[in-house]
Design a protein around this ligand. Structure first.
Ligand SMILES: *[C@@H]1O[C@H](CO)[C@@H](O)[C@H](O)[C@H]1NC(C)=O
Ligand SMILES: *[C@@H]1O[C@H](CO)[C@@H](O)[C@H](O)[C@H]1NC(C)=O
Ligand SMILES: *[C@@H]1O[C@H](CO)[C@@H](O)[C@H](O)[C@H]1NC(C)=O
Length: 368
């Protein structure tokens, strides 16, 4: 039997171990072992970006671990996402992968909340908090070797009232974006190193055509149908990074991509990779129950740009007071993203109990 002290030591090790060392052991496939999800497993945030403006990012949401956020609002940040209808969010499937087991298994949707409404993720003003009523994906188990089908559609347990001061859905991009169009990617970065900037960041990245990305980047055949590249092929320097996963890539005021993966961040010949929204356009509409209807008027900034809130009067339960519905988290807090095989998995359940201790320590650590 392992003593509590040893468990705590392991937990602390997992918490503070450099991200590069964490989670490296289970990836054995040679071609893809450098693929990194862009959620809180690696340090960093939007690289070389600037603070986002509210006007351009009203659709941005944060996917948070309910348990962590219940202890301290804002600390549960895991991924970004986009409000695409008053009651629907689009994000990345990999955001829900169990980071301890790390075999592609998804964590139950009940363990997450969706928060939106303020650029500062610690600030509750104007925010709405929802739970996930339905999570629609194309996979039962995520394919960690390819990051294929990295898309998730979330039905919220309520809707954002029309005319909310800081939240508005964004229209979906129905057609492929031509090369060279400059797009904006936004995100909060991760919680571990996120003490400095808690504000949503944005950076401009030009679209790279699929052919160009396959031919001229070092990603080559890792680029599959339904993936798009954006960034600066020659210089790198500007990119999305960890903690931005699931977040929006906006081109011409429409949602064109979902932050998916990359190999490190902002390096030459390694542009960021996004799930292509237009590729999944029909699937998204169908699963929101909109196929047929509404697909008639497309083109310029059509559907979802706030005018289809079906006139509800603020009933979109602003659960900003709900404290994360206290579920037990079943041992998959996002700090413990180290896998380390069976021994670690066995410890996973116990880690949950230690979470309050770890969180407390980390909160203390941020004071200095
Ligand atoms: C919280 O956000 C509101 C609205 O953006 C802002 O007016 C207020 O100053 C913020 N509070 C803090 C403590 O930053
Ligand atoms: C990409 O490579 C293919 C095959 O090598 C070639 O036919 C094509 O012209 C290239 N396209 C670009 C944009 O370089
Ligand atoms: C940020 O941009 C500067 C100059 O544009 C560049 O020198 C630097 O390497 C970039 N940072 C990263 C992390 O790429």
């Amino acid at each position: 039997m392992i003593g509590l002290g040893q468990l705590l030591a392991v937990a602390l090790l997992l918490t503070f171990l450099p991200a590069g060392l964490r989670g490296a052991t289970t990836r054995t496939h040679l071609d893809t072992n450098a693929i990194r999800p862009r959620f809180s497993a690696d340090p960093g945030r939007i690289i070389n970006g600037t603070e986002a403006s509210l006007g351009a990012t009203r659709h941005q949401v944060g996917i948070r671990k309910a348990l962590n956020d219940g202890y301290f609002f804002g600390t549960g940040h895991l991924c970004g996402g986009s409000l695409i209808r008053p009651g629907w969010v689009l994000t990345a499937a990999h955001c829900f992968v169990d980071q301890i087991i790390y075999d592609g298994t998804f964590v139950p949707k009940e363990e997450f909340i969706v928060v939106m409404g303020n650029l500062d993720r610690y600030n509750r003003t104007n925010t709405l908090t929802f739970t996930i009523e339905e999570r629609i994906m194309q996979l039962d188990k995520f394919v960690l070797a390819t990051y294929d089908k990295d898309i998730a559609l979330l039905k919220l347990n309520g809707i954002v009232p029309t005319g909310h001061p800081t939240i508005r859905p964004i229209a979906l991009s129905r057609f492929a974006i031509p090369e060279g169009v400059v797009c904006q990617v936004t995100g909060w970065g991760n919680t571990e190193d996120g003490f400095i900037s808690d504000i949503l960041m944005t950076v401009d990245v030009p679209m790279i055509s699929e052919e160009h990305c396959i031919n001229d980047s070092d990603l080559g055949h890792l680029i599959q149908p339904g993936m798009i590249c954006a960034g600066y092929l020659e210089v790198g320097e500007k990119d999305a990074c960890a903690g931005d996963s699931g977040g929006p890539l906006v081109c011409q005021s429409e949602l064109a991509g979902v932050v998916s993966w990359g190999i490190q961040c902002a390096l030459p010949r390694l542009p960021g990779v996004y799930t292509e929204v237009s590729y999944y356009y029909d699937w998204i509409l169908k699963n929101m129950g909109e196929d047929g209807e509404g697909s008639g008027d497309d083109g310029s900034g059509d559907d979802g740009s706030g005018d289809d809130g079906s006139g509800d009067d603020g009933s979109g339960d602003d659960g900003s007071g709900d404290d994360g519905s206290g579920d037990d988290g079943s041992g998959d807090d996002d700090d413990g993203s180290g896998d380390g095989g069976g021994a670690m998995a066995a410890v996973a359940g116990t880690l949950t109990l230690l979470l309050p201790v770890i969180l407390a320590l980390r909160l203390i650590a941020t004071q200095f």
